[in-house]
Ligand binder design. Sequence first.
Ligand SMILES: C[S@@+](CC[C@H](N)C(=O)[O-])C[C@H]1O[C@@H](n2cnc3c(N)ncnc32)[C@H](O)[C@@H]1O
Length: 375
Amino acid sequence: MQRGCASLHAVAPTSFHNVDNLRQNRRLEATRPFGQTAKISDLAEPLRTIHVHIPPALSLREKFPRNFSRVERRNRNPLTRRDATLSPTGGEGQGEGERGVQTLLARLVRCTSRTSRVLPQNRRFPRIVMNTPLRQHQTEIERNLVAWQSKLLVRQIYSGFYQRIMALLALELPGRIVEIGSGVGNLKSHLPRAISTDLFPNPWLDVVCDGYELPFVNGSLSHLILFDVFHHLRAPNAFLREARRVLTPGGRLILFEPYISWLSWPVYGLAHHEPVAWQAPINPAVELPRPRDYYAAQGNATRLFFRREQREWPAGWTIFHSEAFASFSYLLSGGFSRTALYPARWLPGLQRCDRRFSRWPRVFGARCLVGLQPK
Ligand SMILES: C[S@@+](CC[C@H](N)C(=O)[O-])C[C@H]1O[C@@H](n2cnc3c(N)ncnc32)[C@H](O)[C@@H]1O
């Protein structure tokens, strides 16, 4: 199987980030070793299919320049532009009725939020439909970047999430730490030594690659971290096979995911554009041929790691940590895609509630953290 991301690169130019920056990064790749965070020897051939660059330490303003005219800015802003990539209806039981509820909820959220002025009011949240192109991920990354910039609350909540992840690291293990599907690349601000990767060549990433075809040599990584990425893997076994190949013996795979409980199900099901897919079959294949499309099933981690729907799964792995916890602070923050329902100064109080209610994850859980090791 061909390794690397040539075809992804070909179909996925960045839409509004500085393309020169990327070209320059490619020149860097040819002339100097692999940045401050990774060694070129960690990468498998062929290198030409991978973008590697020194992490540019871009400020948020540089990541998302604002020196456009008002109209241009509105058109470039993924929150305000009319996005034609998705139909707002159809697909897996997401008909007009559900869209109506979603719109109603969105309006309610806007009306009740004190921070509703922070984000544009005319956002649309198209539901995911079957055969959505993979490029939908990049659309969401661009949208998340805007939210990350404008929502201090989300940054504070994620900081707590990252600390939970870091508590699972075994830093004495040899090898590099790699994040798969880094999105806007925020883990790196807490864990600078992590190599950030994603499907699309955004300027803040270290490597562009697909989780099913990792460009790292066998046994070269100590950790793989996936934050909200596992539920985008249509064939989890195919990814696990690749993860096992690149992890050093005793290496760790850490997953941070939505957790579906009685409380969180309606929130994830109604207020988020991705399906929970509670009943849908999960593809057991150990290889996922190209071309690949967009996939999302928010319930997968809960079903596989907590409800243990598939006995003996994951074969050949030990689950050394599995924890589901309440996160009212996160659900009510609106995450990346909705307006916050409370002001940032309430966060410490809500986090105290989270700790208290985490005793009943099946009822109040909203997030989960899973650690795996190859046997
Ligand atoms: C919900 S976003 C999470 C982004 C980031 N980890 C965060 O927490 O903000 C999911 C990310 O997974 C990436 N992704 C999806 N499928 C992937 C795959 N097969 N290989 C690598 N990354 C993938 C997407 O491009 C997207 O950036």
